[in-house]
Design a protein around this ligand. Structure first.
Ligand code: SF4
Length: 388
């Protein structure tokens, strides 16, 4: 089935957090005075798209920290989405939560609202790491949140973990993974700490307030993650994402990597539909004002050129364990992948960085560590061809 004809996804961005983590570059604020107006605006924004004519099979409530909202507000958002949009009979409904913001009651209430997947921002099971990351919760609170989510009836729990934290060792990272597995999560997202420009951590690093972990150690942690989790029965399906079975892969996130349409609501949310990408205003007050004046809060939009689509197909394809679907690529762009990239494929195959198998071009574990530079090689070659 073509990506554009597959069921689409709904993303809802809740832009509130208890505290800003110094490494985070997502749009979120700690002033909660506009929460009520925001929820009204959000449901009104959804209503502006009620005639979109798409079938949806995922609803992802992310942020920010959605769990800072009252569970009645979360319930209202879900109810609104279901009343406005056509949903399949078995949608995946996810909420992201911070362990410092959930109670047994709120978790139970989320479950009763129809949420069937919960993603818990654990980040680490070591208090020292959590302190460095500026998280509001302790390791113990993280463990308690997981247990409470199970008790509340969640059978699809995802945990987020971060590696590459200064002071972390290969051994302490493996302990984090082992601790996570004790809870038998259905899904794990293991991200490497990055220092995004504009964040406080980036500034502190530049001002030498701390030193980052050596690149070789960070890379070796990344490599050991895949080996360890695969040995323990997890399927790696994207560079940072692992699932305990095919059904537990994040149906929603797969849309981002597969050209499947998704519509984003809330400040800074992105949408992708057809060849068009758009994004909302980042500022909550501006967002609310726009909607109150009856205007969609879209800040920008672009129609992807053929060149942008090719670049995106390479980046998104190589991020996924399954790799670039060569027939799909050839049909979509009317080219011969094997011919265009013959030299690169031969070179990267010899260096054991990619494999071509079953009509797919995929990175090896060794290649995944070098994702950015390998993508850049493909893209430079493609740009040469487009210019020729
Ligand atoms: S809780 Fe999550 S969204 Fe909020 S600041 Fe921290 S990392 Fe960012």
């Amino acid at each position: 089935m073509k990506p554009e004809t597959r069921p689409a996804g709904i993303y809802v961005h809740i832009p509130f957090c208890v505290k800003k983590c110094p490494y985070c570059d997502f749009y979120s604020i700690i002033d909660h005075s506009l929460v009520k107006e925001f929820v009204n605006a959000l449901t009104n924004e959804m209503a502006m798209y009620s005639d979109i004519g798409l079938l949806f099979d995922t609803l992802y409530i992310g942020g920010g920290t959605p769990s800072v909202l009252e569970s009645t507000e979360i319930h209202r958002i879900i109810k609104k989405a279901f009343s406005l949009f056509q949903m399949t009979s078995d949608p995946e409904i996810t909420i992201e939560v911070n362990p410092g913001t959930v109670t047994p009651e709120s978790l139970k209430s989320f479950r009763q609202s129809g949420i069937n997947r919960i993603n818990i921002g654990i980040q680490s099971f070591h208090d020292g790491n959590l302190k460095f990351l500026g998280r509001i919760h302790s390791a113990e609170e993280g463990e308690t949140a997981i247990k409470r989510a199970r008790t509340a009836g969640f059978t699809n729990i995802g945990l987020d973990l971060i590696s590459g934290i200064p002071g972390q060792t290969g051994k302490s990272w493996l302990t984090d993974l082992e601790t996570a597995l004790r809870f038998e999560p259905e899904h794990l997202s293991c991200y490497m700490l990055t220092y995004e420009s504009g964040t406080r951590m980036h500034k502190d690093l530049k001002n030498r307030k701390f030193s980052s972990l050596s690149e070789s150690l960070a890379v070796s942690m990344f490599g050991s993650t895949g080996d360890f989790l695969e040995k323990n029965g997890y399927i790696q399906y994207e560079i940072s994402n692992f699932a305990r079975s095919e059904e537990k892969k994040s149906r929603h996130n797969i849309k981002y990597w597969s050209f499947i349409p998704y519509i984003g609501f809330g400040p800074s949310a992105h949408s992708f539909y057809g060849k068009r990408r758009s994004w909302n205003r980042h500022n909550v007050s501006d967002y609310i004002k726009k909607i109150e004046s009856g205007t969609p809060p879209v800040e920008g939009k672009e129609t992807l050129t053929r060149e942008q689509q090719i670049i995106e197909a390479i980046f998104l394809g190589l991020r996924q364990k399954s790799g670039i679907d060569i027939s799909f690529f050839n049909d979509k762009f009317n080219v011969k992948f094997g011919d265009i990239f013959r030299e690169i494929i031969s070179d990267l195959s010899k260096r054991e960085l990619i494999v071509i198998c079953d009509d797919k071009c995929a990175l090896t574990r060794k290649g995944m560590v070098l994702l950015d530079s390998i993508c850049a090689e493909f893209v430079c070659k493609e740009l040469d061809i487009e210019k020729a």
